[in-house]
Design a protein around this ligand. Structure first.
Ligand code: PEP
Ligand code: MN
Length: 378
């Protein structure tokens, strides 16, 4: 795999569009008709809590037969929205033809959707169509949890000369049931940011949550993690929306949602540093203790493994694990820790214990084998 190289991208404030932090983008999932677009945009503008209006002109639908956006006509409505409200405009592109049409219509920004990012041919075609063009592009994470495809898409655009790039986290399709439509798997955007601190992260809490009443929690988590903006689906009449009806907010709900969010500084200001340093010391100390306790726990697991081997007992003992987990979940409730978190944490510990016990068993039996071999040979 090629080494990770910093991308020479510009922060949103230098995109020449008057954008700041947080970057707030609101608008319907799909562009349905002129009235829907203008009614929604006017109400968003009146609330004064977004700089940019989004709408999917071409909608990549998982199955055929669903509404696929109004296509080219939607670009005219986006132009109208901008002329009337002054909101900047953004839409999704998936092909070189979409790019051409958007550039001709003067759309301010483009986004690449989660079903396009994972396809290097499609991303390359978009990147080629954008060569020499100075338009900002947001790249949504691929639908599957693969960090390399996300980075790869950003790199392809960067190679085409684009410097105004940011990443949108919209969650991942995942086979396990989660309370969300798309699993947030925060470790992926965090790893992207760790590899590329120069790339701004925007969160799309609508597609992660899948339901209006969960969007606030997801958005707050993103802000707490230092995300620099939000892209939220807003529709003047969500009940009659032609796509993603359950996750679209009314403009009034959007205003209330934003008012309830706590926006934090991206980096601590001077006065905050001392308090923060003390708290960080405490965290470091606790992390150290956690590491020591984990190491002690693994040592004991290995001793149990030795015992099981000597007594020919299977490594995996589901009833025992079940009772450990139940006890921990009870304790978690008393300590105010979330069930899902404790379950995941304990599962990781369990997997590591089993791995250690299996490795020790493997080592012991290969020792036995070579002992037997030696016996035969000698
Ligand atoms: C959208 O933003 O409406 C959309 C289709 O999102 P995603 O590509 O993240 O599914
Ligand atoms: Mn949508």
């Amino acid at each position: 795999m090629p080494p990770v190289q910093a991308l020479n991208v510009l922060p949103t404030a230098q995109w020449g569009l008057g954008l700041g932090r947080p970057l707030l983008i609101a608008g319907p999932c799909s562009a349905e008709n002129e009235a829907q677009m203008l009614t929604t945009a006017r109400a968003i503008k009146a609330g004064g809590r977004a700089q940019m209006f989004r709408a999917g002109s071409w909608k990549p639908r998982t199955r055929p037969g669903s509404f696929e956006g109004a296509g080219q006509d939607a670009l005219t409505w986006l132009q109208q929205v901008k002329a009337e409200t002054g909101l900047l405009t953004i839409t999704e592109v998936a092909t070189a033809e979409h790019v051409e049409a958007c550039l001709k219509a003067g759309i301010d920004m483009l986004w690449i959707g989660a079903r396009t990012t994972p396809n290097p041919f499609s991303v390359q075609a978009i990147a080629d169509a954008l060569k020499g063009v100075d338009i900002p592009v947001l790249v949504k994470n691929p639908i599957n949890p693969d960090l390399q495809l996300w980075v790869g898409a950003l790199e392809r655009l960067h190679r085409s000369g684009l410097r105004k790039l940011a990443a949108v986290h919209r969650g991942f399709n995942w086979f396990e049931r989660t309370p969300y439509r798309n699993s947030p798997m925060w470790e992926f955007p965090i790893r992207l940011k760790a590899a590329h601190p120069e790339i701004e992260l925007i969160c799309d809490p609508s597609h992660i949550a899948g339901q209006v009443d969960r969007i606030g929690t997801v958005a707050q988590q993103a802000l707490d993690l230092g995300f620099g903006g939000l892209m939220v689906e807003v529709h003047h009449d969500p009940a009659h929306a032609r796509s993603d009806a359950e996750q679209q907010m009314t403009p009034v709900a959007y205003d209330a949602f934003l008012a309830a969010l706590l926006f934090r500084e991206a980096a601590p200001t001077a006065g905050m540093r001392d308090d923060l340093a003390q708290l960080r010391d405490l965290i470091d100390q606790l992390d150290e203790e956690i590491a020591q306790k984990l190491s002690a726990r693994m040592d004991i697991a290995e001793r149990i493994g030795d015992y099981k081997r000597e007594h020919q007992v299977a490594i995996l003992q589901p009833e025992r694990w079940d009772s450990i987990l139940r006890r921990q979940l009870r304790l978690a409730g008393q300590l105010g820790l979330g069930d899902a978190f404790v379950r995941e944490f304990m599962d990781a510990i369990h997997r590591e214990s089993i791995r250690r016990q299996s490795a020790a068993a493997e080592e012991a039996s290969s020792g036995l084998r070579s002992y037997a071999d030696n016996g035969q040979n000698g």
